[in-house]
Every structure is written in C-alpha cells, then in structure tokens.
Design a protein around this ligand. Structure first.
Ligand SMILES: NC(=O)c1ccc[n+]([C@@H]2O[C@H](COP(=O)([O-])OP(=O)(O)OC[C@H]3O[C@@H](n4cnc5c(N)ncnc54)[C@H](O)[C@@H]3O)[C@@H](O)[C@H]2O)c1
Length: 391
C-alpha cells in the first residue's frame, strides 16, 4: 500500500486514478509521496519514507527543491496542464483594461434602483468616459516562451497583434509550436523598448528572474500595460511604482497583488486565478497522479524539476528494480556495477540518466534484492539514495 498525503484540495479526476493500492488523504503521517498545489512544502519536515513530491501546477517555488535533491526526493510538476487557463485570463484581463470594463462596471453599479429612462439617458451621456482601444495592431512583448508564453504569443497573433518574444533557453518542444510570425529577440532591453504591452511568463527564481523587470529596464518601456500572471517578485515593486507614476493611463495587471498594488487605482489584480478553472485543475491533478504512480511503482521519472527524465517499464523476466540516486560525478556507473558483479548478480538492464546534478539509474535483475546488496550500494561515496522495487 502506497501512502500519499494531499496538502491541498486536489481534483478527484486525478485522485481516483490512484486505485486500491493507495491510501490517499490529508492526514497521512509518514507519506511516501505528497500531492500539493500551492501549500508550502519543506521536504525536511517529513519522515525518511518520503520519495516524491508532485505539484499539481507549474511553479515549484513553494517546495524546497535543494533540500529534496539532497535527500533523493524527486519533485514533479505538471508543465502545460494549466497553460491554456492562464493564457485565456491574460487576454480576458487585457480586454478588461483596454476597454475600461472594470471602470464601467463600477460606474454602472451606481445606477442601481434608477428607472429605465434615467438609466438609458445616463448610459448614453456617460459612455464616452469609457472609450477604449483595441488589441489588434498593437505590439505585445512576451517574456518567456514556455508553455504559457507560446500560447500567449500565438493567441496575440490570432488577435491581430504583432509579437516580439524573449527566451534565453528555448526548448524545441515549445518553439515548434510558436507561430512563425512571432519575432524572437535576444535582447530583453530591445523588447521592452519596442512594445505597447509587456507580459511575463517565466518562473520566479530567487537571484535570477527576481526583478527581471525592474525600474532600470522598465524606464525604456513606452507602452501602457504590464501583465504579471507569472509570480510576485518577477516585476520589482519599484519598477511598477515608477511605471504607474509615469502616466495616469498606465496599468499594471497582476495575479499576485502586493499591499501597494491594492492601494493603487491603476492596478487591476486578481487573487491568483490564472489556473483556477475546472479544466486546469483536472488536467494538473491527472498529470500529477499519473507521474507519481509511475514513480512509486516503476521509478519512472517524467516532468521532474530536480531529477533527469528516465522512462522504461521492466521486462517480464525482471524480479526487482534497484533505483540508485547519486550525485552526478564520474565513475558512478562502474562503482554501482561492481557491487552487482561482486555479489555475482547478473544485471538484465542498466539505465542511467543525469542532469548535471543528479545521476539516476535503474538496475533490473531477475532475482530478489538482498539487504546486503543495498548496504554495499549505500556505502559508495556520492550515492544519495537506493530504492528497491519488487515485481
Ligand atoms: N497565475 C497562475 O495561476 C499561474 C499558473 C501557471 C503558471 N504560472 C507561472 O507561470 C510561469 C510560467 O509557466 P509555464 O507553464 O509557461 O512554464 P514553462 O517552464 O513552460 O516556461 C517558463 C519559460 O521561462 C523561461 N525562462 C526562464 N528564465 C528566464 C529568463 N530569465 N528570461 C526569460 N525567460 C526565462 C524558461 O526557459 C521557459 O521557457 C510558472 O513558472 C509559474 O510561476 C502562474
């Protein structure tokens, strides 16, 4: 029986996939796996049984990744599962801002209780106060061409906008989906200086993407809208304040409001609603559960943020799979193989993958694993964790 602790409400579309071999609840004491949305997870606060944490969502800054890696705990996320929900909200919000929908809703609320004639007259007299502009023909700058950034860039092209995008680490799987009329620049400063609307879709990484948009580079921005549906801290508070102060028509549209944002009429903010759709919650939960099951049952790694990907179900003759997690240093494969050779155990399949930090191995054998073998493996310097799975 595998024990899975849920730290947030997770869509039953996902949790029902666990099946009878799993005990899943929010009160599990020594979980093998954690399923989480946005709750904070300090992996060191769980017992040594913890093997994996799956985040039903994209951002993982609520999880202690370095601590997890040091103990051989695999952390998963669900890239792309909520991308459409975020991209749709980006355009909804832009529409609200450009057409002054938020201001007109507030104003029209004040007509409550008035008679039809009076409402009709007030509407016609005052509608000019809410004249807006259109998306079509404007230039949007998309910072980050990941799952969400690509959908936003393509969606903007579909709305008649010009798109300039910036992505320092382009991935083939995302770039092949990008509309070929999107212009990609190597310079964030050039992008900022050339667009009417700026939207950011990168992860928050302390010391890296923290303050990626800030008072220095935003000084060159001549547009009126900055959108942050990524994370708080990616756009600096000072940068936002100076941008808003530059022109009373400038607006900051964010899913992550700060105290000063809430006090500012030029900010349109939401309570972290980007991924809050039924579809996104179902997609994320399903993907997170499928990945966790594959990891717990077979050691398979898909969409981990700290472990290298490694696929492969065991062959029919495999009795045990030894999963070895090590620091990614030279000679590990030789040292691991030697332990099996010394024990006169024939390896039927050896798979290894590494990501520069973690080395991850499957060693399949046609017999049961002894504690002695595990002890010999654990003794090797740089081995972080050894797991055995019996079939
Ligand atoms: N508002 C919400 O509810 C919500 C929902 C989902 C995701 N998000 C946020 O959106 C972010 C992006 O999500 P995604 O699914 O597109 O992730 P993703 O991993 O597919 O894409 C992120 C992209 O940012 C790029 N990047 C990294 N550092 C960069 C830098 N310095 N400059 C420019 N690009 C950089 C990466 O190379 C990658 O292509 C997530 O990390 C998360 O914080 C918010």
């Amino acid at each position: 029986m595998h024990a899975v602790k849920t730290l947030n409400k997770i869509s039953p579309k996902g949790t029902t996939l666990f099946g009878k071999e799993y005990s899943v609840s929010d009160s599990i004491e020594k979980p093998e796996a954690i399923l989480v949305r946005s709750a904070q997870v300090d992996t060191d606060s769980f017992s040594e049984e913890l093997l994996a944490v799956a985040r039903a969502g994209a951002g993982v800054n609520n999880i202690t990744i370095d601590k997890a890696s040091a103990k051989g705990v695999c952390v998963f996320n669900t890239p792309g599962a909520n991308a459409n929900a975020v991209a749709e909200l980006v355009f909804t919000t832009l529409g609200i801002a450009l057409r002054n929908i938020h201001k007109s809703l507030a104003w029209i609320g004040g007509l409550q209780g008035k008679e039809d004639k009076e409402i009709g007259e007030a509407v016609e007299k005052n509608k000019s106060a809410f004249v807006g502009t259109e998306l079509s023909g404007k230039t949007i700058g998309v910072v980050g061409l990941g799952k969400i950034g690509v959908l936003v860039a393509n969606g903007a092209i579909g709305r008649g906008m010009k798109v300039i995008a910036y992505e320092p680490y382009p991935s083939i799987s995302n770039m092949i989906l990008l509309n070929n009329t999107v212009s990609v620049t190597q310079s964030l400063d050039e992008l900022i200086a050339s667009v009417d609307v700026l939207t950011v879709h990168v992860p928050f990484i302390k010391g890296k993407t923290e303050g990626l948009l800030n008072e220095n580079n935003l000084a060159a921005f001549k547009g009126a809208y900055i959108l942050n549906f990524a994370r708080n801290g990616i756009v600096s508070e000072k940068g936002v304040a100076e941008f808003l102060a530059k022109n009373k028509n400038n607006a900051y549209l964010t899913d992550f409001p700060s105290k000063s944002d809430l006090a500012n009429q030029q900010v349109i903010s939401f309570p972290h609603l980007g991924a809050s759709t039924e579809e996104a919650e179902d997609n994320c939960a399903t993907m997170a559960v499928e990945q966790l099951k594959d990891y717990l049952e077979f050691g398979i790694v898909r969409n981990s943020v700290n472990f290298p990907a490694l696929d492969g179900r065991p062959s029919a003759s495999t009795k045990s799979r030894v999963v070895v997690i090590n620091n990614d240093v030279p000679n590990m494969i030789a040292l691991i193989s030697k332990v099996f050779g010394d024990a006169k155990i024939n390896i039927t399949s050896f798979k290894n993958e590494s990501n520069g930090k973690i080395g991850y191995n499957f060693i399949d054998i046609a017999e049961s694993v002894t504690q002695e073998l595990v002890n010999s493996l654990v003794k090797i310097e740089h081995i972080i964790r050894v797991r055995t799975i019996e079939f």
